[in-house]
Design a protein around this ligand. Structure first.
Ligand code: ADP
Ligand SMILES: N[C@@H](CCOP(=O)(O)O)C(=O)O
Length: 332
């Protein structure tokens, strides 16, 4: 559960009184998420989400995130919309934190990812990439190569507490990524954290995307790599090529991937695995005492990184045809 900041009834009532939302009926901390404090706020006007932004979400980035959500609403992408107070301002302050109320999105995220979820995700991701093509605000990715080195420097001394040899593994991987990271792929605004818990389904149909607080400008194919890692591995650590093929095939129906993007995918997957391994490692080693949060397992992403480093890499699975089309054959 992620609630780092408790909100008193008095503070909440005074805060909500700045909106045309009626009185507060209930407000409960949400039992999911790791980054910010989230509450399900029910007022006389219905359910909303109240978010207090914590450590990793920088105040100066919030206009980008809120602007992006407003842009997506205009483009018809089902996602939360920031709610403005009576003064027209959505970004406010509560308990010393930047705070926003956003609309509630109905649906559930998939607890057991099935191939059909991955198929719909691929299409939704591509539609998101097209929808943001004319969004004019920009935000560099703070969690790319430079940010990874910074995170590594902060965690290196204690990395082996999580897995023996992890410090050396990470150092070598960062060197390899420096040498192989692509430089010339199509860029745009990416979600950068489109994990299953950020994609809602109603029944079997994808109903919306949430949590745009890592969104930034980067390679569009890097977003695909993040999704491959987050959606296409099983609990036992095995890679599910069927899910990955469906994800890619449905993405490519909406936004074709160039040969260069397909060729870069294995390295983008290694980079994505390293990125989430590093943030999870840092969070694991720096759990705030008393915070109501379940940190995510860094070793899960170490396993994914090892998979991508191995010879049975993505290329063996589906980036093997001359023209870059997905192969149906599983390598033995
Ligand atoms: N707009 C929304 N509508 C419905 N539920 C939401 C919404 N935003 C967040 N949630 C709920 O809160 C949880 C945590 O939100 P998330 O944005 O992922 O948190 P964090 O960024 O802190 O990790 C989600 O898994 C979901 O259950
Ligand atoms: N998806 C990240 C952590 C960020 O959590 P979210 O709740 O904001 O999606 C991870 O799994 O490491």
């Amino acid at each position: 559960m992620a609630v780092y900041t408790e909100v008193s009834d008095e503070d909440l009532s005074a805060f909500v009184a700045q909106y045309d939302l009626g009185a507060v009926l209930s407000c409960k901390g949400i039992a999911e998420g790791v980054e910010n404090s989230n509450f399900l706020l029910v007022t006389e006007r219905g359910p909303y989400i109240l978010t207090l932004y914590e450590k990793r979400t920088k105040r100066e980035d919030l206009p980008f995130f809120l602007g992006l959500m407003e842009h997506l609403a205009v483009k018809g992408v089902a996602s939360p919309l920031p709610v403005a107070g009576r003064d027209g301002v959505a970004l406010r302050e509560l308990c010393g934190r930047p705070a926003v109320i956003v609309t509630f999105l109905a649906g559930m995220w998939p607890r057991r990812v099935q191939p059909m979820h991955c198929a719909q995700l691929g299409e939704a991701l591509a539609r998101l990439h097209l929808a943001v093509a004319d969004f004019t605000m920009t935000r560099p990715n703070a969690l790319s190569l430079k940010g990874w080195h910074e995170l590594f420097a902060k965690s290196a001394d204690r990395a082996d507490e999580v897995a023996v040899g992890l410090r050396d593994t990470l150092r070598a991987e960062l060197d390899a990524l420096e040498a192989h990271w692509p430089t010339d792929l199509p860029t745009g605004v990416i979600h950068a954290d489109l994990f299953p818990d950020n994609v809602f389904f109603r029944g079997e149909t994808l109903s919306g995307l949430i949590d745009f607080y890592f969104a930034c400008n980067d390679f569009l194919a890097y977003d695909v790599a993040i999704c491959i890692n987050a959606w296409c591995f099983e609990i036992d650590g095995s890679f599910n090529a069927t899910k990955a093929r469906l994800l890619l095939a449905n993405y490519r129906k909406v936004r074709p991937l160039s040969r260069a993007e397909l060729d870069a995918l294995p390295w983008l997957c290694r980079g994505s695995a390293t990125r989430f391994l590093l943030t999870r490692l840092y969070d694991w080693l720096n759990r705030p005492p008393g915070a109501f949060v379940q940190p995510k397992d860094p070793v899960e992403y170490l396993r994914k990184l090892r998979f991508h480093q191995s010879t049975r890499s993505l290329r063996d699975y589906f980036i093997d045809d001359e023209d870059g089309t997905a192969s149906a054959a599983d390598p033995a």
